[in-house]
Design a protein around this ligand. Structure first.
Ligand code: FAD
Length: 424
């Protein structure tokens, strides 16, 4: 049983591990020279409903990645505006930890390998074609997982954003994202709101060394620094561009919110550098990611796979999807959760065993089916969904799904008959 995963972001890593646990031989292809994709620059975990989702996965034995992240946090159980019990992982050291873990488990990882095309046999993918460095490769698997994300290529940032801002996706160096789903001939879904296509990534990173000592001291000690923005330097409307609607709160417009993820994570899609440098403490500020964070940010959610609740891509018999590819789900937690289910079901499909639909008594199951239903409507395509805030967190609270009581979460998983399901 050979499972091929394309895209080594959080969803691809989680999908690989999950398929491996089902006894598959797993080959993971990543176009850049590092795993984690946009997870190389994020770091916020366990805020609001993400806590519940992570604990549900741990109770279902699909939580190794959450546990590895928990062990590599700079700050745990901190609060920033609207976001209690948050953790911040160290973005500088997370990738090698995950890579070593996956390799040690037996996953075959091919970095700097960009998959460029698929060979179809009716409605099945027979093989995939790409380039490993300069060498052409062709490989066949039983089942494939599209975990290619929705960021890049550069043309999308130029067309729908403020141009290439030199982000962590590094399209010019490694070639842009190529979607397996699109190459298999499936019409993808596009996130759009009021005629605007896609959404801008919602945070930047500032080099800590370029900030005042006082700000750095607060950041290192507490994980959070909230600095009021002088009226003259506010950039109106920039929060409405964000992919991360959970941070589109007035507090984030009136203040500069910084989080310590190793560097200083600035909770704004961009901030003109000259204006930023006029804020006390930021006189020498310099962007670490994206390099042109004074101008804009990367554009995401321009190509998602139509899929069902087992995360199979509609129209292709042997293609599953996870992470942002599986819909308007924003976040590392969301990518790990959907990746885990995609990997599990991909392997089960090869074994001809029953595929798993997670029930709506669990936040994870409810989110997967709710977002699928929302993506079938024009209005729904205008939202982004995350356990950590905005419309989906409201729904979690209304349905009584949000809790930080770990015993209660385990009980719900037990009642659904799903304790340990991902290792069965
Ligand atoms: C600046 C920024 C900050 C963020 N901060 C946070 C945060 O603090 N907390 C949080 O929860 N979420 C955060 N997010 C969102 C979160 O990172 C994503 O929603 C999630 O990690 C997406 O994971 P993914 O695996 O679906 O996609 P991606 O991370 O986009 O990974 C896709 C991978 O596929 C690879 N790929 C694409 N095409 C091919 C191909 N043809 N062949 C081989 N490889 C290919 C790409 O190189 C990439 O590594 C942030 C996002 C950004 C951009």
């Amino acid at each position: 049983m050979k499972v091929i995963v394309v895209g080594g972001g959080w969803s691809g890593c989680a999908a690989s591990l999950s398929a491996l646990k089902q006894g598959a031989q797993v080959i993971l292809f990543e176009r850049t020279d590092m795993l984690l994709g946009t997870g190389l620059v994020g770091g916020i975990m366990r805020n609001n409903g993400r806590f519940t989702a992570a604990e549900e996965m741990i109770a279902m034995s699909g939580g190794e990645i959450f546990q590895l992240i928990d062990q590599n946090c700079l700050h745990q159980n901190i609060e920033f505006p609207g976001h209690p019990h948050s953790s911040l992982y160290n973005v500088a050291t997370m990738e090698p930890i995950i890579k070593r873990y996956l390799v040690q488990k037996g996953i075959e990882i091919h970095l700097s390998t960009r998959i460029e095309d698929v060979e179809m046999e009716g409605t099945r993918i027979r093989g995939i074609i790409g380039k490993e460095g300069e060498e052409k490769i062709r490989i066949e698997g039983d089942v494939y997982i599209d975990a290619t994300g929705t960021a890049g290529p550069t043309a999308n940032c130029s067309k729908y954003g403020n141009g290439c801002v030199m982000c962590i996706i590094r399209c010019p160096s490694f070639g842009g994202r190529v979607s397996l789903t699109a190459k298999a001939g499936v019409k993808e879904l596009i996130g759009q709101k009021k005629g605007r296509i896609g959404a801008m990534s919602g945070s930047c990173k500032i080099l800590k060394e370029s900030l005042s000592r006082k700000i750095v001291e607060v950041l290192n000690r507490t994980g959070v620094a909230v600095i009021p923005v002088p009226e003259s330097e506010k950039v109106e409307g920039k929060l409405s561009l964000k992919a991360c609607q959970q941070y589109a709160l007035p507090e984030f417009e009136d203040n500069i919110v910084l989080l310590d993820t190793g560097h200083a994570k600035l909770m704004s899609p961009f901030f003109p550098l000259e204006a930023l440098r006029r804020v006390p403490g930021f006189e020498n500020a310099r962007y670490e990611d994206p390099y042109a964070g004074g101008v804009g940010n990367s554009i995401r959610y321009v190509g998602m796979s139509p899929r069902d609740d087992v995360l199979k891509v509609k129209g292709v018999d042997n293609l599953f999807c996870g992470g942002e590819k599986a819909g308007l789900l924003v976040g590392h937690t969301e990518a790990i959760v959907t990746g885990t289910l995609a990997g599990y079901n991909a392997a089960k499909s090869v074994k001809n065993e029953k595929l798993l639909v997670l029930p709506d008594t669990l936040a994870v199951g409810d989110a997967i089916s709710h977002v699928r239903a929302q993506m079938e409507t024009e209005e729904g395509l205008g939202y982004k969904f995350t356990f950590s805030g905005s419309v989906y967190f409201d729904r979690m609270k209304q349905k009584g799904l949000y809790t930080t009581d770990v015993k209660e979460i385990r009980k719900r998983v037990d009642q659904a008959g799903l304790a340990g399901v991902f290792s069965k």
